[in-house]
Design a protein around this ligand. Structure first.
Ligand code: ZN
Length: 291
């Protein structure tokens, strides 16, 4: 892969709880860039600091991220996952791009579609009148399934030129490239019954602001579905993740964005999965034992 030189900036406070205390906590290197992390003792957020600028990440996600992943050439480092096992789609061979796209579509169908639609069915009326937006959908297996199986009206925000081409071929409406464009959507008329952030919030350079804008784009009974790696058991330090959330730091972020936090995953699960809403619905049975 050709070099990609990120531009970096230093954060002077935790972007979730604003604590200025930072404890150095890990480092990795990739493509001649250093990525160093700190942990916030105030809320439990782990974050890259210094961190690539928003513009730098925009260029990276537009031109490099999926273009490399579908060739099996992205960043990978073993040993950051508790009880981690090799996954069926992992190998060391270079992939042809068309094979790589298929591998990721198949993977998303297998690990995301039922998980996401199962949760959404418990908290919204998932059907032909429901409007669903996925932010950073990549290859759009989830949106395609929600449309084809439930007749939902589906929309995408996605930066990768490679993934955008597939989204177009699937006739899924693209509303933008970057999560920050939720701000413009909030000023318009579209209101969504569900907004999905599946393995996306850890990539956003200002996740609190992004969720605030997403809140403004929700219908009155709409929900935000978030799935993101769990710091305590899936400490994936990689160049794509400026943030690694714990249950507490994700809850603090969601509540600061003016939303109610409803855990879907258990504390030991490798992924944190939560539903956020403007107000808790008494008829939900998402995770009766969840704390
Ligand atoms: Zn904090």
């Amino acid at each position: 892969m050709s070099k990609f030189l990120f531009e970096f900036e230093m954060l002077e406070a935790c972007p979730v709880c604003e604590s200025r205390v930072m404890v150095p906590n890990g480092r990795i290197s990739w493509l001649e860039n250093d990525f160093w992390y700190v942990v916030c003792p105030g809320c439990g957020l782990k974050y890259m600091n210094p961190r690539p600028t928003t513009q730098s990440y925009r260029d990276f996600y537009r031109d490099y991220f999926w273009q490399q992943k579908i060739r099996n050439a992205g960043f990978r480092e073993a040993g950051q996952t508790w009880q981690g096992k090799p996954q069926e789609w992992h190998n060391e061979e270079p992939w042809k791009p068309e094979d790589g796209r298929k591998i990721f579509m198949d993977k998303f169908r297998k690990v995301r579609v039922d998980a996401i639609s199962g949760v959404l069915q418990k908290c919204i009326n998932l059907g032909k009148d429901s409007l669903i937006l996925e932010v950073g959908c990549g290859f759009p297996a989830t949106l395609e399934a929600l449309r084809d199986k439930y007749d939902a009206q589906v929309y995408a925000i996605e930066p990768s030129e490679d993934a955008r081409q597939i989204i177009g071929e699937k006739n899924i409406e693209l509303l933008g490239s970057y999560a920050e464009e939720l701000r413009d959507l909030a000023a318009g008329d579209l209101r969504f019954d569900a907004i999905i952030f599946s393995h996306v919030l850890e990539n956003a350079t200002d996740p609190l602001q992004v969720i605030r804008w997403a809140n403004s784009c929700l219908s009155a009974n709409g929900v935000i579905y978030i799935q993101t790696p769990n710091l305590l058991v899936f400490d994936q330090m990689n160049p794509y993740h400026p943030f690694i959330f714990s249950r507490n730091s994700l809850r603090v972020l969601i509540e600061k964005a003016g939303l109610v936090y409803e855990p879907v995953s258990q504390p030991i699960d490798k992924m944190l999965t939560v539903i956020c809403s403007k107000k808790r619905q008494s008829n939900w049975r998402i995770n009766p034992d969840g704390k």
